[in-house]
Design a protein around this ligand. Structure first.
Ligand code: KIV
Length: 278
C-alpha cells in the first residue's frame, strides 16, 4: 500500500476508527529515519532533548534555537510521520503574540507540522490563538515537566478526586480551545480512560495506562540510552548503552593492540607508483 504523509486529520480518523496511534520522540536525522521506516505515526521533537541529548539537569534551559536545530534534523529524516515541535519553557507563556511567532518558527524554519505545549486552563487562550493562526496544537497535561517545581517533583498527578477532576477539566478546555490531541503524562489509568471516553480528539498516553487512543515513549528511555533515572512507565526495549559501551571498549583495545585497522580497512597504491616517490 502506498504510504501518505500523516496529518492531524488522519490522527483524528484513527481515533474514530479505533486504530491505536503510535508516537515516539526523536531529536536527530538517523533516529527519525528509522522511526519513520518502522511506521511510527507521530514523531515528537520533545524538549526532553535537553536532558537526553544536551545533558541539562531538566528541560527548563532548552531554547527555541536548540529546538529548531533538532526539528530541522528530524524533518530531514522523516517523510511520512506527523512531526510535532515541542515548545520550550517561556516560548509560549509570555504573550499570545510571542507564542504564535515561536510556534510559527517550528513550521517555517523547522519544517514541523504541529506544536505541543504544556498546561491546561492556564494556556487555553494561547492554544486558541495558535490554532487560529493556522498551527495545529497538541496539549500536554498531568505531569508537566516544565512546571515540575510547582508540582513538587516527578510525581504521578491526579491521585485524588479534586486533582483528577482538574485534569479532566483541563482536557475538555484544551479540546474546546481547538487542540487536535492531548498528551496525558503520569496519571492513573482510570482517569486517562475517562478522559479518552469524554474527548472527541485523541489522547496520547505516557504513564497513563492502556486505554488512551495512542502511546508515546521517550526514545532514549526505550532504547536504554538514558539512565539518570528511569520512570516506571518507560519500557526498555533494548539496552543500547550496554552495546555502545562494549563497541567503544573493543575499538579502543583493538587500536591499542594493533588489531584495527587491518588490510581490509586500508587503501592501497600500485607498487610501481610507490617506487616513483622519493
Ligand atoms: O519532551 C518530551 O519528550 C515529552 C514526553 C512526555 C513525550 O513531552
Amino acid at each position: 500500500m502506498e504510504r501518505k504523509k500523516i496529518t492531524p486529520v488522519d490522527i483524528q480518523k484513527m481515533k474514530e476508527e479505533g486504530r491505536k496511534i503510535t508516537m515516539l520522540t526523536a531529536y536527530d536525522y538517523p533516529t527519525a529515519l528509522l522511526e519513520d521506516r518502522a511506521g511510527i505515526d507521530i514523531i515528537l521533537v520533545g524538549d526532553s532533548v535537553g536532558m537526553t541529548v544536551l545533558g541539562y539537569e531538566n528541560t527548563i534551559p532548552v531554547t527555541m534555537d536548540e529546538m529548531i536545530h533538532h526539528t530541522k534534523a528530524v524533518t530531514r529524516g522523516a517523510r511520512y510521520a506527523l512531526i510535532i515541535g515541542d515548545m520550550p519553557f517561556m516560548s509560549y507563556n509570555t504573550s499570545e503574540r510571542e507564542a504564535i511567532l515561536n510556534a510559527g518558527r517550528f513550521m517555517k524554519e523547522g519544517g514541523a507540522d504541529a506544536v505541543k505545549l504544556e498546561g491546561g486552563a492556564s494556556v487555553k487562550e494561547i492554544v486558541r490563538a495558535i490554532v487560529k493562526a493556522g498551527i495545529p496544537v497538541m496539549g500536554h497535561i498531568g505531569l508537566t515537566p516544565q512546571t515540575i517545581s510547582m508540582l513538587g517533583g516527578f510525581k504521578v498527578q491526579g491521585k485524588d478526586a479534586q486533582t483528577a477532576q482538574r485534569i479532566i477539566e483541563d482536557a475538555l478546555l484544551l479540546e474546546e480551545a481547538g487542540a487536535f490531541a492531548v498528551l496525558l503524562e503520569a496519571i492513573p489509568a482510570p482517569i486517562a480512560r475517562r478522559i479518552t471516553e469524554r474527548l472527541k480528539i485523541p489522547t496520547i498516553g505516557i504513564g497513563a495506562g492502556p486505554d488512551c487512543d495512542g502511546q508515546v515513549l521517550v526514545v532514549h528511555d526505550m532504547l536504554g540510552l538514558f539512565d539518570r533515572f528511569t520512570p516506571k512507565f518507560a519500557k526498555r526495549y533494548v539496552n543500547l548503552s550496554h552495546e555502545m559501551l562494549k563497541a567503544f571498549e573493543t575499538y579502543r583495545e583493538e587500536v591499542l593492540q594493533g588489531i584495527f585497522p587491518t588490510d581490509q580497512h586500508s587503501f592501497h597504491i600500485d607498487e610501481k607508483e610507490l617506487e616513483k616517490i622519493k
